[in-house]
Design a protein around this ligand. Structure first.
Ligand code: 6PG
Length: 470
């Protein structure tokens, strides 16, 4: 097939890249994959489905030569320097007007920089978030494109074909200017961190605190996944809890070391929210707890000093499980609310023009934070696309109120037992502060003015004031 002109090229044949390419080929596109390592090329070709058109190569110039113009090339390589290294190699081989898509988890400021430099050189560049892990890439991810509007129609049919579908609608939509796609993906990951932290906390209270076995918890999560909590993360937790270790025959979850890794997107979400002055404490805590988890040796030492029994005693089993369910629902609602409030503000501040109804619509399928709740958000944002916070929507408020009381009871139990529930606690704290018409920050203003003459405003008069405190 020497003269075949291919529709699409993909650079980076790790498992995500390989799966996405196989997915494109399933949908009738002729695709080319490049990887420097010949082994990765062989891996791709060994998985090729008969009747589809896929070719792998370790020759970048050959790949460029065999693509239809304007060329459409996606990079799925590790974020950071590797993206720049590939671009440096690729750009001299391309023609003006070619379209380059970065489908990795790049930091949005890198995407802004690359957009500028590539635009100056006459290329189209799009930062595109892709979520759904390995399976999503193969069977249908949620895709978050942003950037070059002119280039989008050239890649739209392909992205729509390979994306997940909900009610027949593709989980992909143009999400705004510049680095909007990567910004939305970053916040998606921040929400992902928050919900994962919350799930781990309810698991801890029910397992370590109350003593439910993994197989009992498997049943609990199975039931939860059939109701309001139905979501990808609850579903995989259900499955994790029944998985046996091949080596020991024990429950696999029990032999996994309690140190969490991270690649940075959660931290970036928190950092940017801090810069924008947006409160996202559930996500902040999720990042922070991963950091605390990493200092295992220190925790072991502290456990010997502060020995606590972490046992929940005297609770009614069914009631505790129901409280846990409602607390998880409550925290999940708050996690989304914080992430979406950040997107609202970032869109305004950075002029990204992110359409929030579209964001929640394409998160309904394919991505890691897909859940039935997104249908409710979609309704809310369709009715009012400029909501600053989803908690102001009457429908969402009804849901939050319905699980508030049991969340408080669950937290009281966990806190008395000394089980760390920082994610759930700050979710409730955030809610209590957000719905407070008055906060005690008048006192903070007084203190600031007392020691630093930082001035204050008054409740009864316009203007800026300073008092002589002593
Ligand atoms: C996704 C995931 C994906 C990746 C995370 C993991 O949407 O498919 O979010 O992008 O699994 O980046 O992040 P950590 O390694 O930081 O947990």
């Amino acid at each position: 097939m020497a003269d075949q002109l291919y529709d699409f090229g993909l650079i980076g044949l790790g498992v995500m890249g390989r799966n996405l390419l196989l997915n494109m080929a399933d949908h009738g596109f002729a695709v080319l994959g490049y990887n420097r390592s010949p082994q990765k090329v062989t891996d791709l070709e060994s998985e090729m489905v008969p009747g589809t058109t896929i070719k792998g190569t370790s020759d970048l110039a050959l790949m460029v030569k065999e693509l239809k113009t304007p060329r459409r090339i996606m990079l799925l390589v590790q974020a950071g320097k590797p993206v720049d290294a590939v671009l440096d190699e690729l750009i001299p081989l391309l023609d003006k007007g070619d379209i380059i898509i970065d489908g990795g988890n790049s930091h949005y400021t890198d995407t802004n920089r690359r957009t500028r430099t590539l635009q100056e050189k006459g290329f189209h560049f799009m930062g595109v978030g892709v979520s759904g892990g390995e399976e999503g890439a193969r069977r249908g991810p949620s895709i978050m494109p942003g950037g070059d509007r002119e280039a989008y129609p050239h890649v739209q049919p392909m992205l729509e074909a390979v994306s997940a579908k909900v009610n027949g609608e593709p989980c992909v939509a143009y999400l705004g200017n510049g680095a909007a796609g990567h910004y939305v993906k970053m916040v998606h990951n921040g929400i992902e961190y928050g919900i994962m932290q919350l799930i781990s906390e309810v698991y801890d209270v029910l397992h370590r605190g109350y003593g439910l076995s993994n197989s009992e918890l498997h049943e609990v999560f199975r039931e939860w996944n059939e109701g309001q909590l139905q979501s990808f993360l609850v579903e995989i937790t259900r499955d994790i809890l029944k998985k046996k270790d091949d080596k020991t025959g024990k429950d696999l979850v029990d032999v996994i070391l309690d140190k969490a890794g991270s690649k940075g997107t959660g931290k970036w979400t928190s950092q940017d929210a801090m810069d924008l002055g947006i409160s996202i404490p559930t996500i902040d805590v999720a990042v922070s707890m991963r950091s605390l988890s990493a200092i295992k040796a220190e925790r072991v030492e502290a456990a010997a000093i502060y020995n606590s029994n972490t046992k929940v005693s005297g609770a009614d089993k069914d009631e505790l499980i129901e409280q846990a369910r409602q607390a998880l629902l409550f925290g999940t609602l708050i996690s989304y609310a914080q992430g979406l409030a950040l997107l609202h503000e970032a869109s305004r501040e950075y002029n990204l023009e992110i359409p929030l109804p579209q964001v929640v619509k394409i998160w309904r399928g394919g991505c890691i934070i897909r859940s039935t709740l997104l249908e409710d958000y979609y309704k809310a944002y369709t009715a009012n696309p400029s909501l600053p916070n989803i908690l102001l929507d009457a429908g969402i408020a009804g849901l939050v109120k319905s699980c508030e009381a049991k969340t408080r009871s669950f937290l009281a139990t966990a806190v008395s037992a000394g089980i760390p529930v920082s994610g759930l606690s700050v979710s409730l704290g955030y809610f209590d502060a957000y719905r407070s018409a008055t906060m005690p920050t008048n006192l903070i203003q007084a203190q600031r003015d007392f020691f630093g003459a930082h001035t204050f405003q008054r409740t009864d008069e316009e203007g800026i004031f300073h008092a002589h405190w002593q």
